[in-house]
Ligand binder design. Structure first.
Ligand code: SF4
Length: 351
């Protein structure tokens, strides 16, 4: 089966199940995530890794999810791919990709969907390449597992094209992972991720463990293939500088919640949520030589979240209602929303 035939087959299967996959409306989001909750069930109780997250992604958009370690970013990535393993469990939520709720698909349908429609470059992906397998076989594996039948020559041509697309020489096809640098391995992972031309690429910390020069090159490669494919990207990380350069829109995560979501310029020039303000103020800059402003306190245990606003024990603006009432994401500007009682009170006072 040719590459181009894989997606129609998936679409036909979904239509047989009554799912509409035919949306071409440019105004409609490509991906819609609603009320996503993912818990890890431990002997000490449920760890609420993702607790009611909502966001959407338009075709061709670059969206960054940022936050401290343990804020739920990687769990969201795994949930969108339906790759959460026990003791983790997706408790609730809807993930519409091209109008199809991926939460209702069978395992076989999900296997077809991964790579063909939505691909994940997972954290540390470059270290998960098979050390005893040549690169060409690792790239061809993904194609063949989706029913793409190719002659040996067609496979070699396709692998060569993919390697060149991500800025590598065709000769890399015959190499083993240990013969490649970290940056080259990460490019191979990008080549695998785009091999079936997915519409959504999730990149979870794709440049961690790489030096800054290679980081930049890898990000440029990701941007180039994303533009060539007209795909949407969800970039996950905690390097705010990298996010600012790459993303159109940024979502700020804290303790399993999305506390702010808006255009990258607005978020950096005028962050609304107190946590976002502190996060951005803590970034080093040339004008703040030697002065680093941290965020007081520590993130809460996901086993025992504080009542009300999860940020209230660390928030410099906490009010009485913050300890008892959970704020919800509300619009605070064009395409910009934040979850904070302070903003709500400000809006009420000015209206
Ligand atoms: Fe701070 Fe209250 Fe806003 Fe939470 S809701 S961020 S505690 S002001």
């Amino acid at each position: 089966m040719a590459v181009a035939e894989v997606v129609p087959v998936f679409a036909r299967r979904c239509q047989r199940l009554g799912h509409d996959v035919s949306h071409d409306d440019p105004m409609k989001p490509l991906l819609e995530v609603s009320n996503l909750r993912v818990h890890y069930h431990t002997l000490r109780g449920p760890v609420k890794a993702v607790d009611g997250v909502n966001f959407d992604l338009k075709a061709g958009e670059r969206f960054s999810l940022v936050g401290e370690s343990g804020s739920g970013k990687s769990t969201i990535a795994l949930s969108l791919m339906r790759l959460i393993k026990p003791p983790g469990r997706i408790e609730s939520g809807e993930v519409l990709l091209d109008g199809v709720n991926v939460m209702t698909l069978s395992e076989e349908q999900m296997r077809q969907l991964r790579l063909a429609r939505i691909a994940l470059i997972s954290q540390g992906a470059m270290n998960s390449l098979n050390p005893v397998m040549r690169i060409k076989h690792q790239i061809a594996d993904g194609l063949q597992s989706h029913g793409v039948r190719m002659s040996r020559q067609e496979a070699a041509d396709r692998v060569g094209e993919l390697l060149q697309w991500v800025g590598l020489r065709r000769e890399v096809a015959d190499m083993f992972p240990h013969e490649l640098s970290g940056g080259m391995k990460q490019r191979v992972c990008i080549a695998i991720a785009i091999s079936l031309r997915p519409r959504v690429i999730i990149a979870d910390e794709p440049t961690s463990a790489l030096d800054v020069v290679v980081q930049r090159q890898v990000m440029e490669t990701l941007r180039r293939v994303q533009e060539d494919l007209e795909a949407s990207v969800i970039l996950i990380g905690h390097d705010m500088g990298l996010m600012a350069q790459f993303a159109d829109r940024v979502g700020i995560m804290y303790a399993g919640r999305l506390v702010e979501n808006g255009p990258v310029r607005d978020i950096f020039s005028h962050p609304r949520h107190p946590y976002s303000q502190l996060l951005i103020a803590s970034l080093p800059s040339l004008g703040k030589k030697g002065v680093f402003q941290g965020i007081p306190g520590f993130p809460p245990s996901l086993l025992d979240l504080p009542p009300g606003c999860v940020f209230h024990p660390r928030c410099p603006y906490a009010m009485d209602r913050c300890a008892g009432e959970d704020p919800v994401l509300r619009p605070v500007g064009f395409n910009h929303s934040a979850a904070c009682h302070l903003l709500e009170e400000h809006q009420e006072a000015t209206s």
